[in-house]
Write a protein that binds this ligand. Structure first.
Ligand code: ADP
Ligand code: ZN
Ligand code: ZN
Length: 743
């Protein structure tokens, strides 16, 4: 309210990082009376007893809080907005859609560096480029440089680079560049500038093959939509050359001086992808991923948001990087679960990417060999346009896939004799073998042979995994560790058996059977230390490691030219999982892992072990392929009323006392009864599939609806109500819209 006593009262609405679904109004003191205020600027504000950094949403003329009770902004931290209008729009939408507090959403979207550093000046680095302002003709320059070959070389390098080169880029090509640079600067043939410390791509490779007919058709077709929003699914089998399609589309967009945003599932595991963009595109590229420190990440973010970088590649949260002129979005491996944030602000980066492209009137390409059932449904409904790459780019046939029936077979550490002889045969023919098992450690549990006692986690409804090398038990659900027992806790017997096999056991056994072959285990446990993963991947690529034993980590993105046999050891667990996406994940995994085999010269073979070779999922997948499987799965979801046909949300709750969690959810159900919510079905409270984890009891309510809209109307009323409940304070609870799994 503008009162006569305070003629120049300025008020700003601020999103403060806190769990409340509201914004807060603050006044600006006289020192800021002439300051230009923009949405997206940071402010330090008092909040309860704390001082927090919030984001200005807008300047307002009137607050419902009486002027004498309005608190003052302590400091306005920025001169201009850090977030572009399109990012703010995306975040407002996401806060509503995921029913998550706006302050926390904005906090998640901003680089961590900006939370602890008032000064938003990014680290800068020197860069050198051709001085186009100088007047000497090219012949004269070349004539002058003839006598200085070193200078000529550096000049040549710079002239091939659109945006100039920094020390890192020059170091990569020559170690003697500092004095030539100095000389060239003195001659004013080149100029020096500073820019944010970003990767500078140095185009070194050219496409030395022609595109396949399928690639060209896909590119043409996507290009014909280049100035309008459209969603394209690039459904290409593994090795079909999807990356070439991306590169080609990028070239067009970059040539039009627009920016490209590329999302990938896990960058650390697939450095080759970044490398290919870096080698082939003559533009500034920044990469954003979790292995970078906060300052580096911020520098990359800043470079993108100020258009110093035109191509941004990164994992999930990269979707929130502000850009000045977005011309294309690419989501590689769009089916991948890592696009869904599983705690806090539970967004799906793939889905937000589609919205962001739409807001910017830009096309988006979702690439995958195994598109998600969601995308498939959207193709069927003609909301997305599909482009197929059915052939491998190098014309190599897809590997043959066979099932190995485990029933009544004698197993060697979980492997059938047929499997072992196939491994032997492939090794003898100088092929490389990959064994895939999604279970780390030596064995999933230890058991007493005398009384049946097993190693259970004290805090979870789960067994503790035996890690033999470390002589430890680990719970893979809560992280608990303890020394492996030498005796049974119950009866004292020393007759302890390791039940089942994980990667460690498979590795040991195969090493004993094939002593002359290097067996390499590639998974989180063995690659934690810096440089080890790179080293192991290097040996895998070169073929030095003849047998690779790995988890999920090895399933995607890698191109091992010598790999001829892929074995999938355990499928039965996923065939009978309670999770509604389990079948989809298994089919994607089998297809992706299989795709690693026979990519180069030698033909590939895939063996899948199962006790259920007749299972319809495996039969459809093997005989009709992933698309047929996916269509069948979609029909099943239809029949069961599951996504993407119906829409889901989960209200999760956990507490140390099981009664607290249950009573909160009972109250939540009661509350829901207060409105007419016929369009939303509520199920529960039900125990979570793993009822106890990390010492807490877990329950949930599932919400289903035919439409997104009624679900949202209901949630946006319900969730703020739940925050008021007294029972809410004794528990941890959260809402998950479009949950990835129901665990
Ligand atoms: P995907 O991403 O679909 O798995 P890639 O783009 O990685 O496939 O391509 C697989 C391999 O085929 C790469 O080594 C790539 O250089 C090569 N390749 C792609 N397109 C062609 C083409 N038109 N002709 C020959 N080789 C190609
Ligand atoms: Zn015992
Ligand atoms: Zn545990």
């Amino acid at each position: 309210m503008i009162t006569p006593e305070m003629p120049n009262l300025r008020i700003v609405k601020v999103a403060v990082p806190c769990p409340l679904h509201k914004t807060f109004d603050y006044r600006l003191n006289t020192e800021y009376s002439n300051k230009a205020i923009e949405a997206g600027m940071r402010v330090r504000v008092p909040f309860g007893r704390q001082k927090l950094v919030g984001i200005i949403i807008e300047e307002i003329q009137h607050s419902d809080v009486p002027a004498n009770r309005l608190k003052s902004v302590i400091a306005v931290l920025d001169e201009t907005s850090l977030l572009s209008a399109d990012i703010l729009k995306l975040l407002f939408w996401a806060a509503q859609y995921y029913v998550h507090p706006l302050g926390d959403v904005l906090q998640t979207a901003l680089p961590v560096y900006l939370r602890s550093n008032d000064d938003a000046t990014p680290p800068l680095t020197d860069v050198w480029r051709i001085n186009h302002k100088q007047n000497s003709p090219q012949e004269e320059i070349q004539q002058t440089l003839k006598r200085a070959p070193k200078q000529q070389q550096v000049y040549q390098l710079l002239s091939e680079s659109k945006n100039g080169l920094d020390a890192e880029a020059l170091n990569a090509v020559t170690n003697n560049w500092r004095s030539p640079i100095k000389a060239l600067l003195e001659k004013k043939f080149i100029e020096q500038d500073v820019k944010p410390a970003v990767i500078i791509a140095n185009k070194t490779a050219i496409q030395d093959f022609s595109l396949t007919q399928e690639q060209s058709t896909a590119i043409e077709s996507i290009r014909s939509h280049s100035h309008e929003h459209s969603v394209h699914v690039l459904n290409g089998v593994t090795g079909s050359g999807k990356t070439e399609v991306y590169l080609s589309l990028c070239e067009t967009v970059l040539a039009a001086n627009q920016q490209v945003l590329i999302l990938v599932p896990e960058i650390g595991l697939t450095p080759q992808l970044t490398q290919r963009f870096r080698e082939r595109l003559n533009t500034n590229i920044v990469v954003l991923h979790s292995a970078m420190n906060d300052r580096q990440r911020y520098a990359a973010w800043h470079a993108a948001s100020t258009n110093h970088a035109q191509l941004v590649i990164g994992t999930r949260s990269t979707i929130f990087t502000p850009l000045t002129d977005l011309g294309l979005v690419i989501v590689d491996e769009e089916h991948d679960g890592s696009y869904k944030q599983q705690d806090g602000f539970r967004y799906n980066a793939r889905d937000l990417a589609i919205l962001r492209a739409k807001n910017n009137n830009a096309p988006i390409v979702l690439g995958s060999a195994t598109p998600s059932i969601e995308s498939l449904n959207n193709i069927n409904e003609q909301r997305y346009i599909v482009h197929y790459l059915k052939q491998r780019a190098n014309k190599k046939p897809m590997p043959s896939i066979k099932l190995v029936n485990l029933c009544s077979q004698k197993l060697h550490e979980g492997m059938a004799a047929t499997l072992l002889s196939a491994i032997k045969q492939h090794l003898e023919q100088q092929g490389q073998v990959l064994l895939f098992i999604n279970r780390r450690g030596f064995a999933p549990l230890l058991m007493c042979h005398d009384c049946g006692w097993t190693t259970n986690c004290l805090r979870c409804d789960a067994h503790m995994t035996f890690h033999k090398g470390r002589k430890q038990l680990h719970c893979h659900h809560c992280g608990s560790q303890r020394p492996a027992p030498e005796q049974c806790d119950e009866c004292g017997s020393t007759n302890i058996l390791a039940i089942g096999a994980g990667t460690e056991r498979i590795e040991q056994y195969l090493q004993s059977v094939f002593p002359d072959t290097q067996v390499s285990r590639i998974e989180r446990d063995t690659t934690r230390n810096k440089g080890i993963l790179e080293d192991k991947l290097e040996k895998a690529h070169s073929g030095e490691s003849g047998i690779l034993v790995g988890t999920q980590m090895l399933a995607k993105g890698h191109d091992f030219p010598n790999l001829t046999l892929v074995c999938i050891l355990d499928t039965d667990q996923a065939l009978f999982s309670a999770d509604f996406r389990a079948a989809e994940h298994l089919a994607q995994l089998i297809t992706q892992v299989s795709g690693r085999a026979g990519r180069a010269e030698k033909a590939g073979e895939v063996l899948i072990q199962t006790h259920h070779p007749e299972h319809p999922l495996l039969q459809t997948l093997l005989h009709k392929g992933y698309p047929a499987f996916a269509n069948a799965a979609l029909k099943e979801r239809q029949a069961a009323g599951l996504p993407p046909i119906r829409h889901l949300a989960l209200l999760r709750c956990e507490s140390v006392e099981s009664s607290s969690a249950q009573s909160f959810l009972d109250h939540a159900i009661e509350q829901a009864g207060l409105v007419d919510s016929k369009k939303v079905d509520l199920f529960g409270p039900l125990p979570a599939p793993m009822e106890r984890r990390a010492g807490r009891f877990r329950y949930q309510i599932m919400l289903q609806s035919d439409g997104r809209k009624p679900l949202h109307q209901f949630l946006s009323w319900w969730i703020p109500q739940l925050q008021q409940l007294a029972s809410a304070r004794k528990v941890r609870w959260s809402v998950d819209v479009d949950p990835y799994d129901t665990f």
